[in-house]
Ligand binder design. Structure first.
Ligand code: MSP
Length: 529
């Protein structure tokens, strides 16, 4: 299990998480926002644990697709890249993303290091000049083996366009030489590719045998020139994968402050680009003698209102629509929906307006929001707005609550370690649901009618407030702004950087001023914008 050894909540071991770098020939949409948001949740969660985190995202700017799109628009590729990279950077602000860097493959620091890596591989014989004939998917810029091409009926699995028989004189990476090492590595590291279903796909494909892969092109020029033979430009995928290393200065780790973050705890990607990350990238790292990432996590896809998103249907959930959701429900509600309902497993998830509304109402308005406001309202009414003291007596006692919240915290943090975001959220929400049930069972609002019950009412309300506080700490990575509102209203102070300590039962001080909060306002459901 990745990161298990660091799950103490007290050490500052470095952690590194990355998103794919996004192509600048497209506008950002929910898919890009999703991957980046879930990485942000993990990065924040680890910072709350006290870890020294580096969270990287960025844009993939070279290649024939960008060159073509730019030509169609009568622009220079760099101008198109600048324009669209800015669109992707907008996502960061819009979703409140806490990335530590935004790498662009046209950054000189990246280009320079890619050339050094490639030169090293060439000098040591891992890259050679050769001729190759194979089945080529022009849209994906990818070759397939004969077996695979036959299985695909000689059509691209993505665009359905015919695969073409292509011959090229190019520089090749000796991927075939890494077959055995890769098989061994994957066998010894069952958590390297997750989820399990995706790992099995990779193992199956590996068994078909590996071909050497071209790492340069000569049919276009928008790319990094191959060192020593500038007729060739470095293939966009090789250039792109290396971003994970160049951002940390790994071509010269001894003089890079960021080298301590290597290797990544998680490379989070969508399922369609798993082969590059689970096979080609590890082989390149083996050749470069760099340690392997702990896990490549390939999530599935969002579909839109039951349908696959496609250009022809024009049904991409774009930034404008996402902005609409944020305006209506709030940014944190959107983050919560993405993190709790997203396609982290092996199946796709449907992004539908009705499902969004339902999740918002059930989890945020009626559960978390309601519990926080009921608890603070009762403390306002029966305890003059000051957190009561828990004498430890009465049913559903402090001891039981302390044990329950500690168990939920363990479950929530362990799920976060495994990148099981919905599991982590569910464990925190279970605390809130128990508070809800506890209020209904013990009915402090009835007990409060008799002044003789003051101690009991205080005990109940302390437990409610303390449990809500602990749940909110566990949800802070998902909903930083709303949970901070609660922090402020309940005078909880700044996050301590030690989540385990913060979630310890009893940290809420009696006498603390507890103000009433309304975290998630009710929203009328509308079919469309
Ligand atoms: N540039 C390459 C990645 C290079 S990484 C070294 C690329 N870029 S992309 O712009 O096409 O982004 C692909 C990524 O966007 C996916 O891997 C995934 O993270 C995200 N998504 C795109 N569509 C998606 C959905 N419909 N649903 C969820 N995420 C998807 O590929």
């Amino acid at each position: 299990m990745p990161d298990q050894e660091d799950h103490s909540g007290t050490n500052a071991a470095p952690a590194y998480i990355t998103t794919p770098i996004y192509y600048v020939n497209d506008k950002p949409h929910i898919g890009h926002a999703y991957t980046t948001t879930i990485c942000d949740v993990w990065a924040r969660a680890k910072r709350f644990e006290g870890r020294d985190v580096f969270f990287l995202t960025g844009t993939d700017e070279h290649g024939v697709k960008v060159e073509k799109s730019a030509k169609e628009r009568g622009m220079e590729p760099q101008a198109l890249a600048d324009e669209n990279a800015a669109e992707f950077q907008k996502v960061m602000g819009l979703f409140n993303l806490s990335n530590d860097d935004f790498i662009r493959t046209t950054d000189p620091r990246h280009e320079e290091q890619v050339r050094r890596f490639v030169k090293r591989l060439h000098d040591q014989g891992d890259i050679y000049l050769g001729e190759f004939e194979g089945w080529y998917d022009e849209g994906q810029e990818e070759y397939h083996t004969e077996t695979k091409a036959k299985e695909l009926d000689y059509k691209s699995p993505i665009s359905q366009r015919p695969l073409v028989r292509a011959t090229e004189t190019n520089y090749y990476f000796r991927l075939s030489a890494y077959q055995e090492r890769l098989e061994k590595f994957l066998a010894e590291n069952p958590d390297f590719v997750r989820p399990e279903a995706r790992r099995n796909e990779i193992l199956g494909r590996l068994r078909e045998g590996l071909l050497d892969v071209p790492v340069t092109r000569t049919n276009f020029s928008w790319g990094i020139p191959f060192p020593g033979d500038e007729e060739h430009v470095i293939y966009v995928w090789i250039d792109a994968l290396m971003n994970y290393a160049t951002a940390l200065g790994m071509a010269d780790p001894d003089s890079s402050e960021r080298a301590r973050y290597w290797p990544a705890s998680y490379h989070v990607i969508g399922k369609e680009i798993l082969w590059f990350h689970a096979v080609i990238w590890p082989a390149l790292l083996m050749a470069l003698d760099l340690p392997q990432p702990r896990c490549v996590y390939a999530h599935s896809f969002w579909i839109s209102e039951g349908q696959k998103m496609s250009k022809s249907l024009g049904n991409f959930i774009d930034l404008e629509q996402l902005q609409g959701y944020m305006d209506t429900y709030g940014r944190d509600a959107l983050r919560f929906f993405l993190a709790s309902q997203g396609p982290l497993g092996a199946t796709d998830s449907d992004f539908s307006r009705s499902q969004f509304h339902e999740t918002y109402n059930t989890d945020l308005v009626n559960t978390l929001g309601n519990c926080a406001s009921r608890t603070s309202a009762m403390i306002g009414k029966y305890c003059e707005g000051a957190c009561p003291t828990d004498t430890g007596e009465d049913a559903g006692g402090a001891e039981e609550w302390a044990q329950f919240t500690a168990a939920q915290m363990d479950a929530s943090l362990a799920a976060m370690d495994r990148f099981d975001l919905s599991g982590s959220i569910a464990a925190a929400m279970a605390i809130v649901r128990k508070v809800d049930a506890f209020i209904n069972e013990t009915a402090p609002f009835k007990l409060a009618k008799d002044p003789d019950n003051a101690v009991t009412v205080g005990n109940i309300l302390y437990r409610c407030a303390e449990a809500v506080r602990i749940a909110s700490c566990l949800l802070e990575a998902v909903m930083p702004a709303r949970m901070n509102d609660l922090r402020v209203a309940w005078n909880l102070g700044e996050p301590s950087g030690n989540i385990r300590e913060e979630c310890t039962w009893g940290r809420l001080n009696p006498g603390t001023e507890i103000e009433k909060v309304a975290l998630f306002p009710r929203v009328e459901f509308t079919e469309s914008e």
